[in-house]
Write a protein that binds this ligand. Structure first.
Ligand SMILES: *Cc1c(COP(=O)(O)O)cnc(C)c1O
Length: 398
């Protein structure tokens, strides 16, 4: 028999962290207070006005004129599913560029949609080669979709996209790009690079809490979505149904994440105030300072400078160092969260994020100092203050 428990005396009081992992990133107080504004109904005029404003902001963020620019209710993975499930039907040929964990997640989704999937792969830590994609598209013919991750969070690679788009279009395929770990932190130009479908998440470079995800579809992608032979296999993520809310906002499809929309709007205002270009330049400068610091500490970076993603850096763990213990030390001593490696990088790399509000000179200097302490504690020699000094020098030079 069910017995009602006594009222819980558990009070949730989350600690204040410094989030320097692959996401989420630190959320500015302005965004948190936007989240706390009164919840309105999804048919409320004020919410309708907000969606219209958000759409304009999101076009600016993706750098696109696409009418079909909206948010998906859910984390970045939900937007990834919206991208794949609305395009791929059973038997469709899909070429997935796979150079890490998230690129592979797109492949898994394309397979679940019944796609006839082939892969163009690159070693972890390297980008996918456009010539390899061209060869695969020519070999197979008739591909409907090409997928890739712009900022591959598992490896720290920044994938050049424009050449892949050109190859996809030369073979009549749509180009779908995951920008979850890059948009708002690294240059991305949806229209100039001829990308057909792009999506992101809220909790990485936008510094908004997780749970709402921007996505945009080009006119060419919309023709394909509207021309499907079968309905989208996901009821919830069906793009045409989701779009009715944005086109005629008093239509009901599902209850949108009303308060997260407030937060996203505020997060995008912060980006607009700084200027997207200025923000991207600042992230690059801050990352370069951190890279100089890590190298001065004798910690090798996994990805070569030409393809290094400023918003997520992979660092090789030196021999004899317990990587998990270093992370535990950063957390207990400083409240700093960084991440370990995934898949083939497990136990071998640290992943350090400089996303959104977490990306600051202050955090870089703190991290390098904390890391020096954690390494020294394990008997791994680091010349005192070398990391922070090299990073400061770079920051001051810039
Ligand atoms: C984090 C991430 C995702 C998944 O986003 P969630 O919000 O965790 O679902 C997808 N792609 C990339 C590149 C990411 O970094």
């Amino acid at each position: 028999m069910y017995a009602a428990p006594a009222m819980t005396d558990f009070v949730f009081d989350p600690p204040q962290r410094i989030l320097l992992g692959p996401g989420p990133s630190d959320v500015p107080a302005r965004v948190l207070s936007a989240l706390a504004r009164p919840t309105v109904g999804y048919m409320d005029r004020s919410y309708t006005d907000l969606l219209a404003a958000l759409q304009v902001q999101l076009r600016g963020l993706f750098r696109t004129d696409n009418t079909e620019t909206l948010t998906i209710t859910g984390p970045g993975t939900a937007a990834m599913e919206a991208a794949i499930y609305n395009v791929v039907e059973a038997g469709d040929r899909v070429v997935c560029c796979v150079h890490g964990y998230f690129a592979d997640r797109m492949r898994q989704m394309a397979e679940r949609c019944g796609g006839d999937v082939t892969v163009v792969s690159a070693d972890w830590g390297k980008p996918v080669d456009a010539d390899a994609l061209k060869a695969e598209l020519a070999r197979r013919g008739g591909a409907k979709l090409v997928t890739v991750t712009h900022g591959e969070t598992s490896t720290g690679v920044r994938q050049p996209v424009a050449d892949l788009s050109a190859a996809a279009h030369a073979h009549g395929a749509l180009m779908c790009v995951d920008t979850v770990a890059s948009l708002g932190g690294v240059e991305f130009a949806m229209d100039d690079w001829d990308v057909d479908i792009a999506y992101t998440g809220s909790q990485k470079c936008l510094s908004v809490p997780p749970g709402i995800s921007p996505i945009s579809f080009s006119p060419r992608a919309m023709d394909v979505v509207r021309g499907r032979k079968t309905p989208c296999a996901s009821w919830f993520l069906d793009l045409l149904a989701n779009l009715t809310v944005w086109e005629r906002p008093n239509k009901y499809h599902h209850t949108g994440a009303v308060n997260l929309s407030y937060a996203l709007h505020e997060g995008l205002r912060i980006i607009e105030e700084e200027g997207l270009g200025e923000r991207i330049a600042r992230v690059q400068r801050t990352a370069e300072a951190m890279w100089a610091g890590l190298e001065a500490m004798g910690l090798p970076l996994v990805v070569d400078a030409a393809h290094r993603l400023p918003t997520l850096t992979t660092v090789r763990v030196p021999d004899g160092v317990d990587e998990a213990r270093v992370r535990a030390e950063l957390m207990s001593g400083y409240g700093i969260e960084i991440a370990g490696g995934l898949g083939p990088f497990a136990g071998k790399v640290w992943r350090i994020g400089l996303m959104g509000a977490s990306c600051s000179a202050r955090n870089v200097l703190l991290l390098l100092t904390a890391l020096e302490g954690a390494l020294t504690e394990q008997g791994h020699g680091v010349s005192p203050r070398a990391g922070a000094a090299a990073a400061s020098e770079r920051l001051n030079a810039g």
